[in-house]
Design a protein around this ligand. Structure first.
Ligand code: CA
Length: 231
């Protein structure tokens, strides 16, 4: 699996240099030169790791990191912050705000690559674990089994994939079309209402004898695995 890295840096020459070197290492790299724009892009499609410059036009790097940490879906996103020399007290604030690591400019490419590799190794995304666990629900990908409060939930293959997808992305809201693309695949042409039918079946199996429904229906037609269900 190719790790996706987003570089948020307004200094174009540096962004190009980083992109070139990270791509050479086999990463899929995207760049953004603006804090607010990066925020939107990360919200729409979170990368596996973000390299964020401290000084950015619009939303500052620190503020961007703070926002990302407040959202459940990017709470664990590995982040390396780039800072200018002489920002000592601020650097500490940067770490307190939630960056996992920081690098002082000017830095060498091997140094950055080493940090990126180390951070990716350290971050074990939920999406790679064989057992997903949210609240009283467990999903075992290898055994193709789902449990709620220790009791097996009987699911068809589509409902299983649907639950897996929602549990991998707790708190994130998906429109029907996005659910369709992720669970059924992009090249399958079926009616979006099919999603509703399968969510209905999933709910029925999941919530049998239970009062709480972990799946939230979003206004305008969409679904999310409710983040409040986590605790
Ligand atoms: Ca900058």
């Amino acid at each position: 699996m190719t790790a996706r890295i987003l570089i948020v840096e307004d200094e174009e020459s540096l962004a190009i240099m980083l992109r070139y070197n990270l791509e050479k290492e086999g990463f899929a790299v995207e760049t953004s030169a603006h804090g607010d724009e990066a925020d939107i892009r990360i919200r729409e499609n979170p990368p596996d790791l973000a390299v964020i410059d401290w000084m950015l036009p619009g939303l500052s790097g620190i503020e961007l990191v703070r926002r990302l940490r407040l959202r459940p879906e990017t709470k664990q996103l590995p982040i390396i912050m780039l800072t200018a020399r002489g920002e000592e007290p601020e650097r500490i604030r940067g770490l307190a705000t939630g960056a996992d690591d920081y690098i002082v400019k000017p830095f060498s490419v091997p140094e950055l690559l080493a940090r990126v590799q180390a951070l990716l190794r350290r971050a074990k995304p939920q999406s790679l674990a064989s057992v997903l666990s949210v609240g009283d629900i467990q999903l075992d990908r290898d055994k193709k089994r789902a449990l709620r409060a220790g009791r097996e939930i009987l699911l068809g293959p589509t409902e299983f994939r649907l639950l897996e997808f929602l549990m991998e992305n707790v708190g994130r809201v998906y429109a029907r079309e996005q659910v369709l693309n992720s669970v059924w695949g992009r090249d399958v042409y079926i009616d979006e209402r099919t999603v509703d039918v399968h969510v209905g079946r999933l709910r029925k199996a999941l919530n049998r004898g239970k009062e709480t429904d972990p799946i939230r229906t979003v206004r305008g037609g969409g679904y999310a695995f409710d983040e409040r269900y986590q605790s």
